[in-house]
Design a protein around this ligand. Structure first.
Ligand code: UDP
Length: 240
């Protein structure tokens, strides 16, 4: 049955860009509310959910570097952006009646717990959603890599990679090539060989080396988070 194939513990990676809605910059509360409702549904269904959110709706270090900023400093700005997204999601999850903890890789005691993996696991076991903010706390990394590392450390069975505006992995960019073909399944070695840019290479190799499966799917299609948790055939499942 659907319930039997439900995932027990997942790491959900949310695109920061999606949080901006149509605006491109900042947080659109309507989008965050909709995502929170979907997460609440799967948590009530008994699945343990940990979340990593990107920060592309505020700052990307690499983009600020191109505009003349020091890379490490602009990466810290990027990490701080992910904390704002984390607090927004926490608020809407609380409004749905779901207990939530934000844990950050850069300590900021007034707004979040420090990242403590064993405590994160205890929260998950109690049905709380744990949101990991501030990436890995280190410049030159991405929130994709953070999502993989956190998924491994909390023993999530799958990384659910929610994308904004694309419903899986294609052999070429579907936004520019109408003949692009979508993969239902893929192996990490193919992702690397074909240079399919679905996450940065650091994230992909970390998944490959540790056998963590990744489902790439469209985040904002209604009901998709629940479908991903139930292992329905959506998006592209990468393994191997
Ligand atoms: N970042 C970082 N170290 C980390 C995670 C994130 O330096 O461990 C910075 C980096 O500048 C990145 C920004 O935070 O560009 C926002 O994260 P990301 O680009 O991954 O967000 P997304 O594209 O998923 O919205």
């Amino acid at each position: 049955t659907a319930e039997e194939s439900s995932r027990r513990r997942v790491l959900l990676k949310l695109s920061g860009e999606a949080f901006a809605g149509g605006g491109g910059l900042g947080v659109d509360p309507d989008v965050v509310h909709a995502i929170a409702r979907e997460i609440a549904t799967v948590v009530r269904g008994g699945t343990e959910v940990a979340v990593v959110i990107g920060g592309g709706n505020f700052f990307r270090g690499a983009e600020l570097q191109l505009r003349g900023m020091d890379r490490a400093r602009s990466d810290y700005m990027g990490m701080l952006g992910t904390v704002m997204n984390s607090l927004a999601l926490q608020d809407f999850l609380n409004k749905e009646g779901i207990e939530t903890r934000v844990q950050t890789a850069i300590t900021m005691g007034q707004v979040a717990e420090p990242y403590l993996p064993l405590r994160a696991i205890r929260h998950l076991e109690k049905g709380r959603v744990v949101i990991f903010g501030a990436g890995m706390g280190m410049p030159y990394f991405s929130t994709d890599t953070t999502a993989v590392q956190r998924a491994l450390e909390i023993h999530a069975e799958v990384l659910l990679m929610g994308k904004n505006g694309v419903d899986g992995v294609y052999d070429s960019d579907p936004r520019t090539n109408p003949d692009a073909v979508k993969f239902d399944t893929l192996e990490y070695s193919e992702v690397i060989a074909r240079d399919l840019r679905i996450a940065d290479l650091t994230a992909i190799t970390l998944c490959k080396d540790n056998n963590l499966p990744m489902l790439v799917f469209e985040l904002l299609a209604e009901g998709n988070i629940a479908r991903a948790v139930r292992s329905e055939k959506i998006g592209t499942l990468i393994s191997g």
